[in-house]
Design a protein around this ligand. Sequence first.
Ligand code: 3UK
Length: 527
Amino acid sequence: MLAAGTENGNAVEFFLDRHLREGRAARLAFADPWRTLTYGALAEASSRFAAALSAGGIGRERRVGLLLLDTIDFPAAFWGAIRAGVVPVPINTLLTPEQIGYILADCRAEALVVSAPLLPALGPVLGLLPDLRRIIVAAPDGSAPDLGGDARAIGWSAFLADGPASLAPVFAAADEVAFWLYSSGSTGAPKGAKHVHSSLRATADTYARQVLGIMPDDVMFSAAKLFFAYGLGNGMTFPMSVGAQAVLLPDRPTPDAVLATMRRHRPSIFGGVPTLYAALLAHPGLGSGAGSDRLRRCISAGEALPETVGRRWSETVGVDILDGIGSTELLHIFISNRPGEVRYGTSGRAVPGYELKIIDENGAEAADGQEGELIVRGCSSADGYWNQRAKSRHTFRGEWTYTGDTYLRDTEGFYHYRGRSDDMIKVSGIWVSPFEVEAALISHPSVLEAAVIGYADADGLIKPKAFVVLKEESPIDPATLRELLKEHVKERIGPWKYPRWIELVESLPKTATGKIQRFKLRAEARE
Ligand code: 3UK
């Protein structure tokens, strides 16, 4: 026997090649502001990309980093890599060059596909990556990009030029690792969660089909980017699971950009994070259908959707928001509200295919109404973190995945989010570690000590708040200093991570061993 089974478990079979075999090659798969891609054209681009990777000596199971804005090149590169058995690693384009360099080094990427506007800032870190052999530069509009000075760089079209229009996917086991997604932790560096081929199909069969009820005629628009697990499902694998269409927005999803996209493409399903829903509600242009006369479903994840935001959206737009919780480790949403049964202020109920438990500190199941840690058994959990045994063992225990989230279940089976068991903060749906913000603050010459907590703004959305002890009387007035510190954090670690409020204090509450007691600051801040 040559292979370990008869059926090819390679996910590109189900999500892409199946549509060609069943006569859907001419259907529209993706539209970005400049270009469109049918299922047939996507199969062709991904075949050429797969062949070019192999011809370039990028072997099976090796990693290719994808640092791409949301354009039609993303699915072409993602599925091309999977077709070749090469492991795509989508990377958050909002990270700093150092953080991106860390991920490329950690996964030992041998190739990188990068959107041309993101290349110049990467210059200094690319020189530090000996494993990186090819840098494929893609201009968002498909034009010939500026390659910069790196000898490893080649344009997207040139890279694809010699490949065949059709290439069969490599044979892969359904249990074989297909792609990785990095997630940041409370301490230290991001961890690469390794996902297998069958998990993509599992999330499509559970959440997308049974909760969203996605249909071939749907048009999906995910404001959350494809490099997030949330966006990867919403904006790529879910529509592809039924031969539907996705709309891609490469720009920052500001309310203006999102509403313009809604009007232009008239999506029937829209996915965003709570901060975006709140920002859209504050926009004077928001009205029925949020600009799309076809809108029938809205979904939210990444952080808890405040009840008031959900209610106001339903009133103004006329479509409910389905809040659901997912994670990078479980790939997509495993608890969700259902159409027609929305209970704002809760994450909803278990998604079919996932089993949930809330456990107390002794590991015993908590009674309804009692808080505990949420653990999940399901068909889409990751195969572990790359090169992180202790963290893998802690999170993936047998069939159960430990979320680190505190939840309670009410007697009707609805799950209520009660916060994190670590100090991590979700800001606009993206992780922020308080330690990272504190370190950035302390790196400023005026700051002696800092402590950061999550604090709810007027919409009920959590943002970082900092308590700062200064080194000595600063000659700068407090208001100016606060603004300087905010700018300092933005520049060092990323624009969404800065503390929206800074309180200058004399000292911080600490344990006998000198650990900052963030829970005390949280309690004080609530009063
Ligand atoms: C928090 C929520 C309350 C929660 C994600 C949908 O967010 C995603 O993945 P991440 O790995 O973060 C996971 C953590 O985020 N969270 C997410 N959604 C909610 N908290 N209510 C929610 N609705 O702490 C969770 O453990 O970045 C979301 C699909 C795929 C995803 N990866």
